[in-house]
Design a protein around this ligand. Structure first.
Ligand SMILES: CC(C)(COP(=O)(O)OP(=O)(O)OC[C@H]1O[C@@H](n2cnc3c(N)ncnc32)[C@H](O)[C@@H]1OP(=O)(O)O)[C@@H](O)C(=O)NCCC(=O)NCCS
Length: 143
């Protein structure tokens, strides 16, 4: 996909050699479940993922086709870089990638901030859709 620039931030697909850097970054900020999902996205060709980069620093990412085909997510922006519009651009560009690849709809699985997605892309809730495919997921053993 074409690289997009906005306010000194580059939005692009990750390189194969960046895989471990991105996974470490996700692990440090989010969950191991997200590490697993991002790994799936990064191992596809083309990667089902976009990253936001500024001066060689990773600011955020968005993936799709990880939990299941046609599902958008996970997505995350570094806590220090939130509120700058990065999440909006990542969402819009990633959904555009999905559209280009033939998807008619992008479903945000296990949505967190529903108001965010409603605001930036007009997403609407799917009634009775949670926990959906996560209903029988493995649980962490008690510590
Ligand atoms: C959700 C997230 C990706 C948004 O990224 P961001 O770069 O801060 O988003 P933007 O700067 O593009 O915000 C766009 C608008 O959405 C609003 N918004 C941002 N995060 C929001 C949230 N969690 N809930 C509701 N609204 C939110 C912003 O206030 C902004 O509104 P404004 O234009 O009126 O000021 C980021 O907060 C994040 O990484 N959160 C933790 C991980 C997460 O929840 N990921 C999504 C899982 S489904």
């Amino acid at each position: 996909m074409e690289t997009h620039h906005s306010q000194g931030i580059i939005y692009r697909q990750p390189l194969g050699s960046e895989t471990h850097l991105i996974l470490d970054w996700v692990k440090a900020r989010f969950s191991l479940g997200w590490v697993s999902e991002v790994e799936i996205a990064l191992h596809q060709r083309p990667p089902r993922c976009l990253i936001a980069v500024q001066s060689g620093k990773l600011l955020g990412f968005a993936c799709y086709d990880t939990a299941a085909l046609g599902l958008f997510g996970p997505m995350g922006v570094d806590a220090d870089s939130r509120g700058l519009g990065i999440g909006t651009i990542l969402t819009q560009l990633t959904l555009e990638m999905m559209r280009t690849q033939g998807y008619a709809y992008g479903v945000i699985g296990w949505v967190g901030p529903a108001e965010f997605y409603q605001q930036v892309v007009g997403a609407i809730p799917i009634p009775d859709s949670f926990p959906g495919l996560w209903a029988n997921r493995l649980q962490l053993p008690p510590a």
